[in-house]
Design a protein around this ligand. Structure first.
Ligand SMILES: CCC/C=C/C=C/C(=O)SCCNC(=O)CCNC(=O)[C@H](O)C(C)(C)COP(=O)(O)OP(=O)(O)OC[C@H]1O[C@@H](n2cnc3c(N)ncnc32)[C@H](O)[C@@H]1OP(=O)(O)O
Length: 299
């Protein structure tokens, strides 16, 4: 009797936990949809302010990617934006409010502490994209300015429309970019010299140049055709073993930041376990038997 009750309670708890994992929080500046099986769409959603990244948006980006990392219904994320612009970068009115908060302190150490906390918090919000084990594909249209470049630099694959343009605008507003562009974008394009020019001059660069320097993978004529194609690419990735895909993302990022030998050791340490996963057997069998739709458990 007691045993029966406790098993029942365990069952209820199990299902409660599952539904907790899949349910997403409410967001004010992001629109989140489960667009296709195992594919989530995250849209910047402050179109009336050109998707300027205010404090709420920064914090919600961090929270959302942390949540999607834990969500076993999510295997791939497509990040896009609603409205005329992808994003106009950091909300300049928010920056003025921050200036006010800093001004409330007289002492340089206290002022500095407020600023450091602000920078580190915003850095962590974008790093959540990189720490999310699920591949993040960005679909960029029209203007992608300042903080927007930091944002898309943290993603795994970038696509854009023909009308897209980018601007590392920070030097123009009297600062050095501090939330990831200088660290990540330089590693994702072919030429350090070109990257330096873009960062120092803050000149706009358009879709064709973005493609030619390797910052984006593909340029599409319209936003509609971009989203359709990117969703199909996302579905393709989502059909693969989640063990294989998520570990591949981790290994790519780890290897980017370490020596070749460290990268090799890292993947050997993980694969000594993951090669024993059911996914490896299922996927190998599917290839051997020409089964095009192997079913993988949630991860
Ligand atoms: C620790 C964190 C560090 C992060 C650093 C990040 C740095 C950066 O992001 S630097 C880049 C800052 N952004 C800019 O300088 C862009 C400023 N905006 C523009 O140049 C234009 O608005 C834009 C070209 C994007 C669009 O021009 P358009 O004429 O088509 O529209 P507007 O009427 O100008 O804008 C529409 C409404 O959106 C508001 N808005 C636009 N950008 C911002 C912004 N960055 N911050 C706050 N609000 C913005 C604009 O005020 C309009 O609102 P309303 O007047 O209420 O209609």
């Amino acid at each position: 009797m007691f045993l029966g009750t406790s098993s029942f309670q365990k069952g209820i708890l199990f299902f409660r936990n599952i539904s907790k994992i899949s349910a997403m929080s409410q967001y004010h500046t992001l629109k989140i949809e489960n667009s296709k099986e195992f594919v989530y769409s995250v849209q910047l959603n402050r179109p009336e302010k050109a998707n300027a990244m205010n404090k709420t948006m920064w914090l919600e980006i961090g929270k959302c990617f942390n949540e999607l990392n834990e969500n076993t219904d999510c295997r791939v994320i497509v990040l896009s934006a609603n409205g005329k612009y992808f994003t106009s970068g950091i909300d300049l009115f928010d920056l003025m409010n921050l200036g006010q908060e800093v001004a409330n302190h007289d002492d340089i150490a206290r002022k500095s502490k407020v600023l450091r906390c602000f920078i580190k918090t915003y850095q962590d919000c974008l790093t959540a994209i990189e720490k999310c084990d699920k591949p993040v594909l960005t679909a960029i249209h029209n203007g992608c300015i300042g903080g927007g470049v930091d944002l898309v630099s943290a993603a795994d694959i970038r696509y854009c429309t023909d009308d897209a343009w980018f601007q590392l605008k920070e030097t123009e507003i009297g600062m050095a970019a501090d939330v990831g562009t200088l660290q990540r974008m330089q590693k994702s394009i072919g030429s350090m010299s070109t990257f330096n020019e873009l960062a120092f001059t803050a000149r706009k660069f358009h879709s064709k140049e973005a493609k030619s320097i390797g910052f984006v993978t593909q340029v599409y004529d319209t936003k509609e055709s971009m989203l359709e194609n990117v969703m199909n690419i996302a579905s393709n990735i989502a059909s693969k073993s989640p063990v294989g895909v998520q570990m591949t993302k981790r290994s790519i990022i780890y290897s980017r930041d370490h020596t070749v030998q460290e990268g090799l050791d890292h993947i050997a340490d993980w694969n000594q376990t993951l090669l024993q996963s059911e996914d490896f057997i299922k996927a190998s069998m599917a290839v051997a038997t020409k089964d095009k739709n192997p079913i993988f458990s949630k991860l």
